[in-house]
Design a protein around this ligand. Structure first.
Ligand code: NOJ
Length: 755
């Protein structure tokens, strides 16, 4: 036995049971936001007593060094601490929100941002990122869609791989790398009613083919940790879900790393109603949750339970003392193995120094990447010719509460970012030979109770004391003096993110009134929407001459957006999530299966839709489909062509080619998407599944071909067995291959795939 295994076995052999339990303790440094109950004995004392394995939320190298020195010098065995942080979409330099990064449809770019974020965080002594967040979300009410790669399992799986590669690189020990932590396992993005933390009910085939797929891909890409979700899935709180954590994640997917609890979530198992403190602590441990974030219940209860065992009839929790000791040993072994794989026993700082930490943040090359990512994540929804804007000789009236705002640009979960380092949209547009006039026009929201909740992160919204009529009048007067009006409207950054659920999916009311007044001026009107979720944008897009959904794009938002609006960058982003027509239709997604009475039906009323949601739109497909986004040029796509329409045998793959032509007057990038429909199978299959993306940059008038290879594995799905488990199968026969520039407008070809 050598390497990590031998090292860990030797170390475990020298540790007391209490020290092993100590390795499972994960506490906050106290420098970040407390999103739940915190407190307890001073962290330094606990570390010295060997009762802490990991610390998260440090905000400087000095804090890391202070705690690490205590662990190394004052604890009996001097085992180094593991430092973690929420490096969600950047660290000091913020990149666009994950929903924006996923909307770039550019996984090389996603990987670059993760690598840059890892370098900034590792330079400060951080070892593990609590990212990527991989919760598929089909319900725009759920605020954490901001942190998610959107609605589609294939895209989310590619995003997972890119993020893991970007964080961990080929060698986890190398300087500048971080351990990735896939979260929140699993189905956390499907809470009832879109309410954060609420329970999810997901059928087995959907669970494994959709919600779990990005986790499978992330583990296969080498991710060394996973965080469990706060929620209950199909009646079992995830922190006690032994079948999915021990059984599927470790047993089937082969996760070799640690499973981290979310914030006080082990203690919260009591509120879920599955037992008292002792019972839930044992359930979490046996489920395979290694690190107890904040609750301290592993520390408090396990030493005793390891002597007594537990037999609790009410909750059905039964474990012998030996079983508990073995589970503690296994969990501590995994924590120590991760520390060893990261190289912490050779260098607990992994090369980080005070000087290095001071030089790492906000380097010009990282900012340049953030600028590129900001323009690459903004989706052009409509353009009647108002964009791109001329770079000189124009007077632009830049109006809206977010037009010259610094505090919101970074977006939610930017815990180490400095809003003061952010470039505002006014600053970005003003760096041109244009005249940029700027006014707020109205307040972002009007309800003081909402203002108060948004200001959980201080300064998110600062209400202007002026009357709204006065602010609108100022904006309208400015618009009258301008050649073009750019209205920057949307949500505050804290409208989305954790506990950022909304019942309405509209632009807040004061901004709708402002927008209507600007439309009245008759000036060319460009709407730039900032949001952390797929908002209902039909009215805005119908009234504006061009509409851009820019999400929150990070430190370089102003510059990146200016690049896009001025046409220095081409719009290449495509929606990673469908935009709803109405909040009443969520949840939905582009792959939702058809019903027995599909819309539009022959029977006037008896069809799958809404009586009060009129229009030509499919009622369950949204207003703007997944994969949608315009360029400044136009593309014509031919139907997909297959090399053979008849295939036989399990080894087969088929080459699919899609002719593309740039029919516009500018160069641009076509983002061609390949979807597959399995029209007849043993169970009802999704209406379509994304299976590939091809990006083609073409000069005006140029033609090319998007090339895809579809394998038999792409046709496989999870067939539920009677016991609730699933088997991976495929059903030979007809398959429809659809190619398009979005999930709705596709042309197809059929193949017959024989057994
Ligand atoms: C709670 C969030 O759910 C999780 O994503 C985050 O990593 C932890 N808090 C730590 O901040």
């Amino acid at each position: 036995m050598g390497g990590t295994e031998g090292f860990v076995a030797d170390l475990l052999g020298r540790m007391t049971l209490q020290e092993k339990i100590g390795q499972l303790g994960l506490f906050a440094a106290g420098e970040g936001p407390a999103t739940g109950q915190a407190g307890g004995p001073a962290l330094g004392e606990l570390i010295a007593a060997g009762q802490v394995g990991s610390v998260f939320g440090t905000k400087s190298f000095d804090t890391v060094a202070r705690f690490q020195e205590i662990a190394l010098k004052e604890s009996r065995l001097g085992i180094p601490l593991l430092f973690a942080e929420d490096v969600i979409h950047g660290h000091r330099t913020l990149f666009p929100l994950p929903i924006g990064l996923a909307s770039s449809f550019d996984m090389a770019l996603v990987e670059e941002t993760a690598e840059a974020a890892a370098a900034e965080a590792a330079a400060e002594g951080i070892h593990q990122a609590y990212a990527p967040m991989l919760d598929l979300c089909r319900d725009a009410r759920w605020g954490r869609v901001a942190e998610s790669p959107g609605e589609d399992p294939w895209l989310a799986a590619r995003y997972a791989e890119a993020m893991v590669r970007g964080f961990q690189g080929p060698d986890l020990r190398a300087p500048g790398r971080l351990a990735a932590c896939l979260k929140h396992f699993v189905g956390y993005g499907a809470p009832m009613g879109g309410r954060d933390y609420d329970a999810a009910s997901i059928a087995p085939h959907e669970l494994f083919d959709a919600y779990a797929e990005p986790f499978r891909a992330g583990v296969a890409a080498g991710a060394v940790s996973v965080m469990a979700g706060f929620h209950a899935l199909n009646g079992v709180p995830m922190h006690a879900h032994r079948a999915l954590i021990e059984g599927w994640l470790r047993g089937v997917c082969g996760l070799e790393g640690v499973v981290v609890a979310d914030y006080t979530a082990i203690r919260e198992l009591q509120a879920h109603g599955i037992g008292g403190r002792d019972a839930v602590t044992v359930q979490a441990l046996l489920a395979g949750v290694d690190l107890d974030m904040i609750s301290g219940d592993y520390l408090a209860c396990l030493p005793r339970l390891a002597e007594t065992g537990i037999a609790d009839a009410e909750s059905g929790t039964a474990a012998s003392a030996q079983e508990i000791v073995a589970a503690i040993e296994a969990a501590a072994g995994r924590v120590l193995a991760l520390k060893h794989r990261l190289g912490l026993f050779d260098d607990p700082y992994r090369g980080a120094t005070r000087a290095g930490a001071a030089a790492a943040p906000l380097r010009p090359e990282t900012r340049a990447l953030a600028r590129r990512a900001a323009s690459a994540s903004a989706v052009l929804l409509e353009n009647a010719g108002a964009l791109p804007l001329a770079e000189s000789g124009q007077t632009i009236a830049l109006i809206g509460p977010l037009a010259d705002d610094r505090s919101n640009m970074l977006g939610t979960w930017a815990v180490s970012g400095d809003p003061q380092a952010a470039v505002t949209i006014r600053e970005g547009l003003a760096a041109s030979a244009n005249t940029v006039l700027c006014a707020k026009g109205c307040n972002l929201v009007e309800d003081p109770a909402v203002v108060d909740r948004l200001n959980f992160v201080p300064g998110t919204v600062s209400p202007d004391p002026r009357a709204e009529a006065e602010m609108i009048a100022e904006a309208v007067e400015m618009a009258a003096r301008a050649d073009v009006v750019v209205a920057v409207i949307g949500e505050a950054k804290e409208h989305s993110g954790e506990a950022g659920s909304r019942a309405e999916l509209d632009i807040p009311a004061p901004q709708r009134r402002l927008f209507a007044a600007l439309r009245e001026t008759g000036k060319p009107l460009v709407a730039v929407v900032l949001a952390g979720r797929p908002l209902m944008l039909g009215d805005v897009a119908a009234a504006a001459d061009a509409t851009v959904l820019a999400w929150f794009a990070g430190t370089e938002m102003g510059n990146g957006l200016a690049d896009l609006l001025y046409g220095r960058a081409e719009p290449t982003a495509r929606l990673a999530v469908s935009l709803p027509a109405h909040p009443g239709q969520v949840p939905f997604h582009h792959g939702a299966s058809e019903t027995g009475r599909p819309w539009p039906g022959e029977w006037r009323k008896f069809t799958t839709g809404y009586l009060d949601l009129p229009g030509e739109q499919h009622p369950a497909r949204g207003l703007y489909p997944f994969g949608y986004g315009l360029a400044y040029t136009r593309f014509a796509l031919g139907a997909p062509v297959v090399e053979r329409a008849m295939l036989a045998g399990p080894e087969e793959s088929v080459a699919v080619r899609v002719p593309v032509e740039n029919t516009g007057a500018r160069a641009g990038t076509a983002v061609v998407q390949l979807y597959v429909t399995d029209p007849v199978a043993r169970i009802q299959r999704p209406a379509q599944e994304l299976k590939g993306i091809a990006r083609l940059t073409l000069a005006p008038g140029a033609a090319g071909e998007a090339a895809f290879t579809l394998t038999r594995d792409d046709l496989a799905y999870s067939l539920p067995r009677p016991d609730g488990s699933v088997e991976r199968v495929w059903d030979p026969g007809r398959f429809i291959l659809r190619a398009g520039l979005n999930a709705r407008d596709t042309a197809s070809v059929e193949v017959d795939w024989r057994p």
